[in-house]
Design a protein around this ligand. Structure first.
Ligand code: FAD
Length: 405
């Protein structure tokens, strides 16, 4: 039976939507607040979308996977390249995980498609009240409830009583700031430029997901389903580079020509510049207020772990909140949520993405050589390659979190 006071979820990003759906499917009522309106919800900067097998299992649990698969690309393999001599260093194939998961591949399906499908599902669910164009402003905690203040589409302030409040607001979380929770970590000084281009890089040997090391200009290259099919290629930029200069059409063309070593014009569909942070909130819980996804942790996108680990937070928390609200667990479970998911954010997501970036940008030739030899050694041995994939596809982080009391 659904409880009278709903769980208030702030933010209809992938984390907030998965949390809302996973709660509602366990008979918990939810009110979901999203500041964007139906008119502009899909006009968001392109980001993310390498969905690992563990995350696909969660999406499948709420019925989202079947909606995503036709809109994405199945990518069983990924590659490491050395740009110095344009050579393939190592390839890993998720087929090695066929006995570990029903999804032995990554699904390349962008965040915008995920939230479009998940929002439709949330709106159709009788236990989820979706409040678009409604901005979360502040909250007040009581012994048995949270009073949530929002500004609605008409610009009026409303107070809503909720059982719990979960901030899935993204990196700028107001709840985290109001709680005065430190966002520990650092921001990389350089920005990354993402170029979207309709050009088939497979003709040069690349696969759907590629990590390319280079002491001067490392990059990441990913294939996305169209129409038209697009590839996104990310390059670091110099700290002092001017944004307008970086985004000049001719400058973008030149970067692509240099990367491929060919002289031609490319069909560039877009570009954006972003800053990369490595930060984890000191606490994920304060009483009845919880943080999940980018509200709780942000990291470099190299390795595609931010959205994935945020979705893992959502399912971990949904199961605990549902048990608490149905009276089969007590609130101490929420501290376990913090212990489990903070451990994953620091020891797995953050540590791994820092290592990934360091490896791609390594300048010392001897260290580069060692790194590449080690990748080859792991890729060539099926036992080591499976172990590598269990870590990169986040199985290891989930299993380790389960061991945390
Ligand atoms: C270029 C780039 C590439 C990336 N690639 C990957 C990848 O391949 N794989 C991966 O796993 N991760 C990737 N990430 C990270 C990923 O995009 C984020 O981790 C993920 O989107 C976080 O989801 P979220 O739901 O926590 O927050 P968000 O996606 O940021 O969603 C937050 C939502 O809350 C809403 N909101 C904010 N404030 C309020 C408020 N006050 N009131 C109401 N609503 C509010 C926002 O409008 C938004 O809809 C990438 C990130 C970048 C920048």
């Amino acid at each position: 039976m659904a409880k009278r006071d709903p769980v208030a979820v702030i933010g209809a990003g992938p984390v907030g939507l998965c949390l809302a759906l996973a709660l509602a499917q366990q008979d918990v009522s939810v009110v979901l607040f999203e500041q964007m309106s139906d008119d502009n919800f899909l006009d968001q900067v392109p980001r993310a979308g390498s969905n690992h097998p563990t995350t696909l299992e969660f999406f499948d649990r709420i019925g989202l996977y079947t909606k995503m698969e036709p809109r994405g690309l199945i990518a069983p393999r990924f590659q490491y390249w050395d740009r110095q001599d344009t050579a393939l260093v190592a390839e890993f194939d998720h087929a090695l995980l066929k006995d570990d998961t029903r999804f032995p591949y990554v699904l390349q399906c962008e965040r915008i498609k995920i939230i479009e499908e998940a929002l439709m599902m949330a709106k159709a669910h009788p236990l989820i009240e979706v409040r678009m164009a409604t901005e979360f402003v502040s909250f007040e905690q009581k012994n048995d409830a949270v009073i949530v203040q929002v500004k609605n589409a008409a610009g009026e302030t409303e107070s809503i009583r909720a059982n719990y409040l979960v901030s899935c607001e993204g990196a700028r979380s107001i709840a985290r700031k109001d709680l005065d929770v430190e966002f520990e970590g650092f921001t990389y000084p350089e920005r990354t430029i993402n170029i979207e281009v309709a050009y088939d890089f497979r003709q040069h040997g690349y696969t759907e997901r590629n990590y390319i090391s280079d002491p001067v200009e490392y990059s990441n290259l990913f294939h996305w389903k169209g129409p038209p099919d697009r590839w996104r290629i990310h390059f670091p930029t110099n700290i002092d580079d001017d944004e307008n200069q970086l985004k000049r059409p001719e400058a973008l063309q030149q970067r692509l020509r240099q990367f491929l070593g060919i002289d031609r014009d490319f069909d560039i569909c877009g570009c954006n510049l972003y800053t990369v942070h490595q930060r984890v909130a000191k606490r994920f819980r304060a009483g009845r207020v919880l943080l999940a996804g980018d509200s709780a942790h942000v990291n470099s996108p190299i390795g595609g772990m931010g959205l994935n680990s945020g979705v893992h937070d959502a399912f971990n928390l949904a199961d605990k909140l549902a048990r608490i609200l149905h009276g089969t667990a007590d609130e101490a479970e929420l501290d376990r949520y913090e212990r489990q998911r903070r451990h994953v954010a620091v020891k797995h997501t953050q540590a791994q993405t820092i290592r990934n970036k360091r490896m791609l940008e390594e300048r010392d030739p001897a260290v580069r050589q060692r790194n590449h030899d080690e990748l080859r050694r792991q890729a060539d041995d099926p036992i080591l390659a499976r172990k590598f994939l269990l870590r990169s596809a986040l199985f290891e982080s989930l299993r380790e979190a389960e061991q945390i009391a």
